[in-house]
Every structure is written in C-alpha cells, then in structure tokens.
Design a binder for this molecule. Sequence first.
Ligand code: AMP
Ligand code: GLY
Length: 420
Amino acid sequence: MNVLVIGKGGREHAIVKALSFSQTIHELHCAPGNEGMKKEAFIHDIDLENLDLLKTFVSQKRIDLVVIGPENYLVSGLADHLRSWGVKVFGPSKSGARLEESKVFAKQFMKNANIPTANFEVVNSVDETMEAAKNFSAPYVFKADGLAAGKGVAVCQTLKELKAFAVRCFEDKIFGASGEKALLEEFQPGYELSFLILTNGKEYQAMPLAQDHKALLEGGKGPNTGGMGVVAPLNIHVNLEKEIHEKILKPTVDHINKSSIDFRGVVFVGLMITESGPMVIEYNVRFGDPETQTLLPLLDGDWGEVFSDIADGTVKPLTWKTQCISCVVLAAENYPASPVKGVKIEGNLQSSSAFSYILHAGTKRNDVGDWVTNGGRVLNLIGLGATHEEALSQAYKLSEEISWEGMQLRRDIGAGISSI
Ligand code: AMP
Ligand code: GLY
C-alpha cells in the first residue's frame, strides 16, 4: 500500500521511520514533512488546508492509508474528509477530536463516564474566575478551553498571578476563540505519566507507559513546553496499572462507544498519579510528541499493519519489546516563547549507531545547504539500551556532537525515574 503521513515534526519523523521498516508499504509519503525525513519518505510541501489539492494529491499518488499526526487537522475534520474520498485513515473523526479540542467537553465527558479527574469550574470572564477561585486554594490551575499549543495552561501560585493570566485570556484574548471559556481546576500534586491506547472506539490495546518532562528547565522549573524529553517504558506497580485500566482506560473507550463516536486512532491519556489514585489531566487524540519517538520502536511488529488494521476498525493484540528508549530534545534559543529560527547547526545530523539516532523536528537546509533551526524543538536524540541509564547515556552522547548558538536541552531527563 501507499501511505501518507501528515505533519512535520519529530513525532512524524518517528512515524515515518517506524513505517520505513514495514513490509506492507510500497511508497511512503509525508506532507508537509521536513528535510530530515528524506532518507525514509518522499516529502511534499503541499497546502493541507486546500482540500481540493489534497484530494487530487491522494488520488494521483494512489494513497491507501493516511496517518494524521497533529491535532489541528483532526479537529478540522480532515479524517472525515479523507474517509469520504475512500481513503483509510488512522486518526479520529471530528467528533472524536472534541476530546482534545475542548477541555470543557473533555471534563464533561469524564464526569459523565465517572472517570477520576481534578474538580473544576467552567469560567467565562475574569470576574467569574476570581469568584470561582474562592472555592479553590493555591496553586490555581487555569486552562483555556481550546487548542493553544500547550500555552493555554497556567499553574498560578497566587490570586494575583491567576487574575493576570485570566485578563490575558479573556480581555487581551491572547488565545483568540480558544480562550472564550476556560477551566479553573483543583491542583493535584503527584507525578505524571503518558498512557497511550490504540483504539477502534470499542476495544483498545495499551502502549507501554512513557514519562515526558514538560518543563523547560532542569528540576521541573521554567515554563511549560510541548515536552523536553521522555523515557520509556515505565514499569509501575501492577495494582496501579490495573486501577488505571479499570477506572480510566476502559471507561474512556466505553464512553466513546456509548457516545457513538467514530474513533479509529490513538487516545493519549495524560495522567497524574496522586496520593488518592490516578487522575486524568488531559486527553489528546493524537500521538504524544516526544512520547511517540520512544514508543513506536518498542513494538514487536509492523506499524504499517497496525495503522491499517486500526483504520479498518480492527484492534489486534500487540506485543512489545523489553528494551529501554529515551529521547532528549534539543530546542532552539528562546523556545517556547518565540524560538529563534535560521541558526546554523554544527555537527553530524546523520549520526547514528546501533544504539542511537537523531530525528528531525524543526530543521531545514538553508540556501547553501547548511542545516539551520526551523522551529522550537529542533532535534530529538534517541538512545536505546537494556536499562534506562544505558538508553539515556546513548542519547546524551549524541548531544556532545551537536551544537548551535542558544541551543537548549535538559540534562536531567529520566532523573526521577527511580522514585516511581
Ligand atoms: P495540560 O495541557 O492540561 O496537560 O496541562 C499542562 C500541564 O499542567 C500538565 O502536564 C501538568 O504538569 C500541569 N497540570 C495541569 N492540570 C493540573 C492539575 N489539575 N494539577 C496539577 N498540575 C496540573
Ligand atoms: N508531550 C506531550 C504532548 O504531546 O502533548
């Protein structure tokens, strides 16, 4: 079959790389892709908003299956369009994407399905936020309802901070329509886990657990980012895992089914493991970035077959390798606020060994053929090993070979893993 992957970041490079090993694929395409993927796929810088153009493209390239990476395409209903043209899709329908598109919708979904999550109130203005805050205590968690590329959430230590963020959301409208309503949520201390499940909306197969490091700086400090590094798989106590399946994963899929939502793809369940048990922090309706970079290589199987099966509505049992994988993100100067683009990257970007390799997330070649930064998260360094320590040391070894002015990385990825 011919496959098209949609997206351009490190997550999509990981998907493309995983599919490049598939025995079932004749041609592998990615749009818009990035130049670092050229070894594995044909990349096409086409305007994905232009549906007529896309329809012609998938027909000319005889695309059988599309794998959609980023949420914005799912939210705009791209999976439904492709299906209506007779193309198989890994990715939920527009109605399934509501779980990520609206945090208020997701909370109501959890409430209806009796899924543990932090207490919340829906707020529509600064005044309502401050009134609702009387029912909570510091720190206050404020979340703009809609998509905001990870920037719509603030954990505020004081009422003053909360008010300032609410003003930016409701009055300065920095999130546009995504900030028309918001959640004020109870702060839940604990540790975070990413639990991803592959589902047809009725049954599911869980992927191994991963742990992202979302703060920009070491020790969990600094602003929230899309993710600065991941370790996988994580082994948690069997009773906790069972509890997560019974109280969260199964009820999530059952409620998708009960709501008659066409969901053929992946649900990313962001969990907080608190003293009173696991709670859902958020749902995403796509693979995590950079979780995917560590999870896909753990499959003992063929991703071409798995994506195709799920797109057909079939979930088959999956087996996973026991290997450890880590991903260390190299980010541009001034990420996440406004990353500096166009800075020349020094080092061998093709560097790889049996235990390490590099995925491209935000790079391009300039006019004279040098690699330059072209996004917030620029490169993903992947390390493999029998233990987390080995995998991490392989990833960090690669970091010694790469540099550019203002490059940022966290040197403590995986440091807290022993306490889980
Ligand atoms: P979200 O976009 O909803 O995943 O939130 C971004 C980050 O904010 C999460 O990864 C957590 O680190 C933090 N966070 C969100 N909700 C809560 C909460 N209720 N309690 C504590 N931390 C939270
Ligand atoms: N790494 C977190 C996310 O993909 O949302």
